[in-house]
Design a protein around this ligand. Structure first.
Ligand SMILES: [Zn+2]
Length: 431
């Protein structure tokens, strides 16, 4: 056993207590071996002045959309997609997706995120980038039926399932997969009825968007005579390992249904606020026992991938929407970004304790904006930033050490991404 000792810091425990502790990691198994007083390790990571916390989980993302960051803002979802996003995405190449994903991975690692769920295209490139980055991911090829004839739509479903089968367990098991129909209104009922059973037979979970805007609710009610998540349930889309993004407009019957089925919801507060989609009923989900995770959504609707921002936004939006300062407290925000995310994605992490995967973020608290520290959890939710992360560890490997990303040449990734993004937009605008 080769060990890594994360030494002389304070540790955030699963019960949200904080104590001075070391963390010992087995580099080979990638697991946490001990939390407490640890005499020595083969290698040491200095955590003095820092808080060792679970690596953050970004449970709903479209990583390569980093290339569209700041390209188009300030429009509602439907117009933004049709006028700006989809025309550019039509020009995306596999190389663009690779470079955009690498840029996202640098940003995720820099801000202490060790796992993410991605729904996009050219997913083999995303899987390769994840293999290089050393993080964990739940990846799915997003199926969109809008604007396609039946053969093309069918091919899209086949591709989603083929990717899910081929890449599950890739990169030493760090890559797991999903079948990813985009949403209940952009994919036909007929094809969902045909392909969801195939995903079930292959043991592949499902990740999709649901109840993001009212425009995704009313058409389903009109066409099917039932609420979107009742319709999803009829289609077999509320499995225990499934997770849906947004869930902004779920009503009490849908919240109860999610709790009963064990399906998780990924709350994306920044994207929901930016696109004026509404405020998800997070306190009601949590009270009902629904697993709630946090996601940034794509960088084009956020506009960054910093989960610390997302924790703060989740707490602030929750309070504001409920007109109740105790709705979504700091601990709930941190729990959703760590254990909630890990549970939604089916990853044995999200808690700093022996036997779990060593997916960790070491946050430097020696900063003016984190002084004094009356309550470390309060700081994580309300004052810390992604740039406060000093080391990022995943599966026992150090992906960032002392603020230096070890797995990519960051300057080269940024330069390639800027070049690719400029060429991509130029192609789209000359169409
Ligand atoms: Zn999304």
């Amino acid at each position: 056993m080769t060990t890594l000792r994360i030494a002389d810091g304070r540790v955030l425990h699963p019960d949200f207590s904080v104590t001075e502790s070391d963390v010992l990691v087995d580099r080979e198994s990638g697991e946490i071996v001990a939390v407490g007083d640890v005499a020595a390790g083969d290698e040491t990571l200095d955590a003095s002045g820092c808080l060792v916390m679970p690596g953050l989980v970004n449970a709903h993302c479209h990583a390569a959309m980093t290339l569209l960051r700041g390209y188009a803002d300030d429009k509602p979802l439907e117009r933004w997609l049709r006028e700006d996003v989809w025309p550019v995405e039509a020009e995306l190449t596999a190389d663009d997706v690779r470079v955009g994903t690498e840029l996202a991975l640098v940003e995720l690692i820099r801000s202490g995120t060790t796992a993410f769920a991605d729904m996009y295209f050219e997913m083999a490139e995303v899987a390769e980038a994840v293999a290089d980055a050393g993080v964990r991911a739940r990846l799915g090829h997003g199926v969109v039926g809008v604007g396609k004839d039946e053969d093309a739509a069918r091919a899209d479903h086949e591709e989603s399932l083929a990717f899910a089968r081929e890449y599950d367990g890739y990169a030493d098991g760090r890559v797991r997969t999903v079948y990813a129909p985009h949403s209940l209104t952009t994919v036909s009922e007929e094809l969902l009825r045909e392909y969801v059973p195939d995903a079930r037979a292959a043991g592949v979970p499902v990740h999709y968007h649901a109840n993001e805007t009212v425009d995704e609710v009313d058409p389903v009610v009109e066409e099917h005579g039932e609420r979107p998540l009742a319709y999803a349930d009829d289609l077999g889309l509320l499995g225990e390992s499934d997770f849906l993004a947004h869930g902004v407009h779920s009503d009490a019957s849908e919240i109860a249904l999610l709790a009963e089925r064990g399906t998780a919801v990924v709350h994306c507060p920044a994207s929901n606020m930016k696109l004026a989609s509404g405020a998800a009923p997070v306190p009601a989900y949590r009270e009902a026992g629904v697993t709630v995770a946090l996601g940034t959504d794509g960088a084009a609707s956020n506009n960054d991938l910093d989960l610390f921002d997302e924790m703060r936004d989740a707490a602030m939006l929750g309070k504001h929407a409920a007109a109740d300062a105790s709705a979504v407290p700091a601990e709930a925000a941190v729990e959703m970004a760590t254990a909630g995310g890990a549970d939604a994605l089916g990853i044995d992490a999200g808690r700093v304790e022996a036997g779990r995967n060593a997916d960790l973020a070491v946050v430097d608290f020696e900063a003016a904006h984190l002084t004094p520290t009356h309550d470390a959890v309060s700081h994580l939710a309300y004052a810390a930033r992604g740039s406060d992360v000093r080391h990022t560890v995943c599966d026992g490997d150090v992906l960032m050490r002392d603020g230096e990303v070890t797995v990519f040449d960051e300057a080269a990734v940024r330069e390639r991404a800027a070049d690719r993004a400029a060429a991509l937009v130029a192609r789209a605008e000359s169409e």
